[in-house]
Ligand binder design. Structure first.
Ligand SMILES: Nc1nc2c(c(=O)[nH]1)N[C@H]1C(S)=C(S)[C@@H](COP(=O)(O)O)O[C@H]1N2
Ligand SMILES: [Mo]
Length: 414
């Protein structure tokens, strides 16, 4: 065998190894505005930074150097203040490992679970690329475009974040007793893309609220703001945040969907009520229809359990022992149990939970399946979290946010 050169690509790993790679959608200036990497290509628990999914609702802002950056804290506080990054870094820090999941992740499965039809794929790269390209067009999409937008998948990743608890900063500023929320604002600006909203609802025959040009902001209720794991983070996966993920400082709101994790933070406004921010009141909401007068803001995620191996695409499988495996996580704490069925939900077996079982991180689970008889099999997996919540927690809603149903895998044993 010829001697291999231990340099170039080989230093970083064997060149043809499987590795999660981001499929990125870019705007007209070549800036990444969204991206996903197939979940099945992940090894381990932490998503490499260059494969971490990306979602931006408005325009990606110009980068700001940390030396030129300050965070203003004002409103219902005794001592309004401006913090530099260095000042934040002097406060008692904390590291949290957590799943970031876009509220619209796996949205297409809501319709599949209700109406059947073609099952969305978890990995179809062509679909992912087509959607990335579509996202760049900023018009009202046609009905065909809306219905071909079957699912947004793989808008979920997990990372390790270091920063300072928001509670520490609030303590320094001195909360007044009437404080009820913290409005976290990013320095990105823009006008929400109407096409994105029509696609997320699956219709375009209703009137949208158009807020015009806004900053991205969310009014975090005080209880969650004071949770010690809610962070102002400057570091991700062992290095300073990259611009696309919100540098110099972003919010980490473990358990709550990605839209709460405000990037490019520059203002914290402490308020005596929960404000009606556009992405709180009109977009990231539960409700029965766009006309529903009782829409509610979305907060914690449900319970999630997904099968990554085998996939429908792997069928037919050989007779023998198969390792059914996947990931499970929850918006309310650690996963306590995962069960697997290979007979469409008639009987269930406990899966092996691979340590560690952290509060906000997903875990890997596996189940050895002796598949010795030919036939068609429906494999299912369901999780229970430390609060005893199981799937699904989240009912259908018109924006199809926070899907957490049990999606079967259908395979044939040859
Ligand atoms: N400032 C700002 N923060 C933001 C957004 C945004 O558009 N602007 N998008 C949100 C949404 S919807 C998601 S899902 C996450 C995605 O974070 P990521 O791109 O780092 O994965 O960022 C959130 N924070
Ligand atoms: Mo999102």
């Amino acid at each position: 065998m010829p001697k291999r050169e231990i340099e170039g690509d080989w230093v970083m790993g064997w060149p043809d190894r499987r590795r999660a790679t981001l499929i990125a959608g870019k705007d007209t200036q070549g800036r990444v505005i969204n991206g996903r990497a197939p979940l099945v290509e992940l090894e381990g628990l932490i998503t490499p930074t260059d494969a971490y999914y990306v979602v931006n609702q408005l325009e990606v802002p110009e980068p700001v150097h940390p030396d030129d950056w300050t965070l203003s804290v004002y409103g219902e506080v005794e001592r309004p203040a401006e913090f530099s990054l260095k000042e934040l870094q002097k406060l008692p820090g904390r590291t949290v490992r957590a799943v970031t999941e876009c509220a619209g992740n796996d949205a297409g499965f809501f319709d599949y679970m209700q109406k059947g039809g073609k099952k969305p794929s978890r990995i179809n790269q062509q679909d992912m690329q087509a959607r990335a390209a579509m996202r760049e067009k900023s018009a009202v999409p046609s009905t065909e475009e809306i219905s071909s937008e079957s699912t947004t998948t793989c808008a979920v990743s997990a990372g390790e974040f270091t920063g300072v608890p928001l509670a520490e900063v609030l303590r320094k500023a001195g909360l007044k007793t009437r404080a009820a929320s913290v409005r976290t604002e990013g320095f990105d600006r823009g006008r929400p893309d109407l096409a994105v909203q029509y696609r997320s609802v699956g219709r375009s025959d209703f009137k949208l609220v158009d807020p015009g040009v806004i900053h991205y902001d969310k009014g975090l209720p005080l209880a969650k703001a004071l949770d010690p794991d809610t962070l102002l983070a400057w570091s991700m996966n062992g290095e300073y945040l990259t611009h696309i993920h919100g540098a110099p400082v972003r919010m980490i709101v473990p358990g709550w969907s990605g839209n709460w994790w405000v990037k490019w933070l520059h203002k914290l406004e402490i308020m005596d009520h929960v404000p009606q921010c556009y992405y709180q009141k009109h977009y990231f909401v539960y409700g029965n229809s766009p006309e529903d007068p009782n829409k509610e803001m979305i907060t914690a995620m449900g319970v999630r359990c997904i099968i990554l191996d085998p996939l429908d695409e792997d069928s037919p499988l050989e007779r023998g022992t198969h390792k059914v495996r996947g990931l499970a996580w929850s918006g309310a704490g650690a996963i306590a149990r995962v069960e697997v069925s290979v007979d469409g939900g008639s009987t269930w077996h406990d899966a092996h939970l691979e340590a560690p079982r952290e509060k906000w991180l997903w875990l890997r689970w596996s189940y050895l399946w002796e598949a010795d008889r030919p036939g068609r099999y429906r494999i299912m997996a369901r999780a229970t979290d430390a609060q005893g919540r199981h799937q699904p927690q989240i009912p259908w809603n018109y924006q199809r946010k926070h899907f957490d149903g049990i999606v079967p895998t259908d395979v044939t044993i040859a």
